[in-house]
Design a protein around this ligand. Structure first.
Ligand code: DC
Length: 247
């Protein structure tokens, strides 16, 4: 894309695209949800799409190593989001008409999502959907490659990180909250590190900060502070466009 194309695309949007990328457990989901609610923006949890593909593959006997078959599966699944007003605007994912939000959050499917997401066929199959969901602006998208690949022209890009041990603890808290069997801290730390390594070393769209991303380390910050800082970043980068127009 040339600079002129990029400017045209940006100026066609009345409200900004906010891209939040970062490794597992950096606090993206909660922060993105609260930020979207505060701004009145739509929330798109792109990890849920990769998780849905891993889950559907497992249920249909498609191997997580079979890129072409996974690509076909990903492009034929009917994936959509619904807002869960009862749980503070969390997004629910529907796969072929069924709410699978709980089923995609197991540790097995976390690793599976990371594995299937390394296949170029899967990434290509999910790219169009992510762009359609975000292109009109007024949206917070969270994932791994939003600022680098999905919306390189996003007005606001943030790369969230936190210390490994803290990220593992957060993952365990999340699993406990969902009522699943809680793995040990060592096991969770291993899983988080393995997933980061896999996500950041893959050939296509690896996890890495965009050059123009603002880095925010959430270690030692409470969630309200994180959201406060994110809101300040959005204000700085796109303040003039926060209330104009809208859908
Ligand atoms: O954010 P999450 O933990 O739900 O993501 C699950 C996996 O999906 C993650 O390990 C890598 C993959 N993913 C990706 O490759 N690109 C994205 N934009 C989002 C997630």
């Amino acid at each position: 894309m040339t600079d002129a194309d990029e400017l045209r695309r940006r100026s066609a949007r009345e409200r900004p695209i906010v891209a939040i990328d970062g490794p597992a457990g950096a606090g993206k989901s909660t922060a993105a949800r609260m930020l979207a609610a505060r701004l009145g923006f739509v929330l798109v949890d792109t990890g849920a799409l990769y998780r849905a593909v891993a889950l559907a593959a497992r249920e249909r006997g498609v191997d997580w190593s079979d890129g072409p078959a996974l690509g076909t599966l990903a492009s034929t699944l009917d994936l959509s989001f619904a807002v869960d007003a009862v749980h503070g605007g969390a997004s629910r994912i529907h796969v072929d008409g069924h709410d699978r939000s709980a089923d995609i959050r197991t540790p097995d499917i976390s690793m599976g999502a990371s594995t299937v997401s390394a296949h170029p066929e899967v990434r290509a199959a999910l790219l169009g959907l992510q762009r359609r969901l975000g292109e009109r602006g007024g949206v917070v998208l969270e994932g791994r490659d939003i600022g680098t690949v999905v919306f390189p022209d996003a007005e606001v890009k943030v790369f969230l990180t936190a210390r490994d041990e803290l990220r593992a603890e957060r993952r365990r808290d999340e699993i406990a909250r969902r009522g699943g069997p809680v793995p040990s801290l060592e096991e969770t730390l291993r899983e988080v590190r393995e997933r980061d390594l896999q996500d950041s070393t893959r050939a296509v769209a690896p996890l890495r900060p965009a050059e123009d991303a603002v880095h925010l380390d959430t270690s030692g910050l409470g969630i309200d502070d994180v959201v406060e800082q994110l809101a300040a970043i959005v204000e700085r980068r796109a303040g003039g466009r926060l209330t104009s127009g809208g859908t």
